[in-house]
Design a protein around this ligand. Sequence first.
Ligand code: CP
Ligand code: NVA
Length: 316
Amino acid sequence: MKHPLKGRSLLNLEDFSPEEIRYLLDLSMRVKEESRSGDVQSRFAGKTLAMLFEKRSTRTRAAFETAFGEEAGHPVFLSTQDIQLGAKETIEDTARVLGRMFSIIEFRGFKQEVVQALSDYSGVPVINGLTDLYHPTQALADIMTLEEEAGPLKGKKLAFVGDGRNNVSRSLMIISAKMGVDFAVGAPTSLQPDPEFLRQTEIYRRNSGAALHVTDDPQAAVEGADAVYTDVWVSMGEESAESERLSLLKPYQVNESLMKSSGKDSTIFLHCLPAVKGNEVTTGVFEGPASRVFEEAENRKHTIKAVMLAVLGSEK
Ligand code: CP
Ligand code: NVA
């Protein structure tokens, strides 16, 4: 079928089958090759992208804006500080207005319900650029980087160490379960994914054969890992928990000794960025030979372009 994802929203990777995720990863690889060979086209000509941001962003904003603009589309940055969304106007009304002016909408913010309402009411594809619950475009770039660095995904192991119930950990757990990647979470009990979420993702693991290991022992989590992943200890919107988090997560810092606990020389280090060096990761690991964080950041742009091409039906 041509354009199999045309018209779809990407709110949460739970809505995408392993075959659809595979399609997006293959398209991302093609987009990256085109970018490397300078083959930039005009596939978004005549199209418009609304970029709604309630929270700060460097990579996600830059990736959406450059990917859309360089293919002759018109991206418009709309900080929610400046527009009426949810303040003077309901989400549903704003969505219906934007849907008449834009071909596609990106939203970064707090509540998953907002990105869901934008999709329900706008009538155009909506892409989740991070909410409190999920960061699906990040997980796509991460799994692409893992595949580039470690080879075919089935049977590979990804270990997430730190705040195991945050948006990045949750999205990685979903994509790993769907794509047959063993996933381990090393986190203190109070920051482990909640049992209901683990139960919801169990069906994907059963279908793909992937394993899950949740533990409060960081060494056990990274044992045998092809990639060790961490994220900030305090996500956007949770700043009031900072001092508690720092003491709770200190034993979960990714340092040279924890990287060695994988037992493999080939284990890579991943981080969605921005990073707080000295907290969740040491400068040594971040700057060291195992780190692939900037390759991963670049892949944000290729995967985001691939998602937009697919949902707009603009891919070749
Ligand atoms: N990784 C990521 O989403 O980065 P930004 O917050 O800079 O967009
Ligand atoms: N968990 C982090 C990810 C930032 C890209 C946050 O939500 O702040």
